[in-house]
Write a protein that binds this ligand. Structure first.
Ligand code: ZN
Length: 89
């Protein structure tokens, strides 16, 4: 998997975690913790190639050929803290 837009250290990585370890009622997602939120977003980025449907459809939206393709390259979309808001291929 090739990932475009990688950074050695994104801005959000310097935001400290404000969760109370061992107390889920005082931890993300029950409290607002940007560090944990952005970590969760980062973990949603695929690290390995994956397969998606790539069916051929005609003008009426009918599938004329069923096929799949392997996604080997994605591009990260980053927010204002260089956090991952999306990834596209
Ligand atoms: Zn946290």
């Amino acid at each position: 998997m090739k990932i475009n837009g990688l950074k050695k250290r994104a801005l959000w990585e310097s935001i400290p975690c404000c969760c109370t370890k061992g107390d889920i009622t005082k931890s993300y997602p029950l409290i607002k913790c940007d560090s944990c939120k952005f970590t969760e977003c980062w973990k949603s980025v695929p690290q390995k190639d994956f397969i998606v449907n790539d069916d051929i459809i005609d003008k009426t939206g009918k599938v004329t050929k069923k096929q799949t393709k392997t996604v080997k390259e994605i591009t990260l979309v980053r927010g204002s803290f260089e956090d991952v808001v999306a990834w596209i291929w």
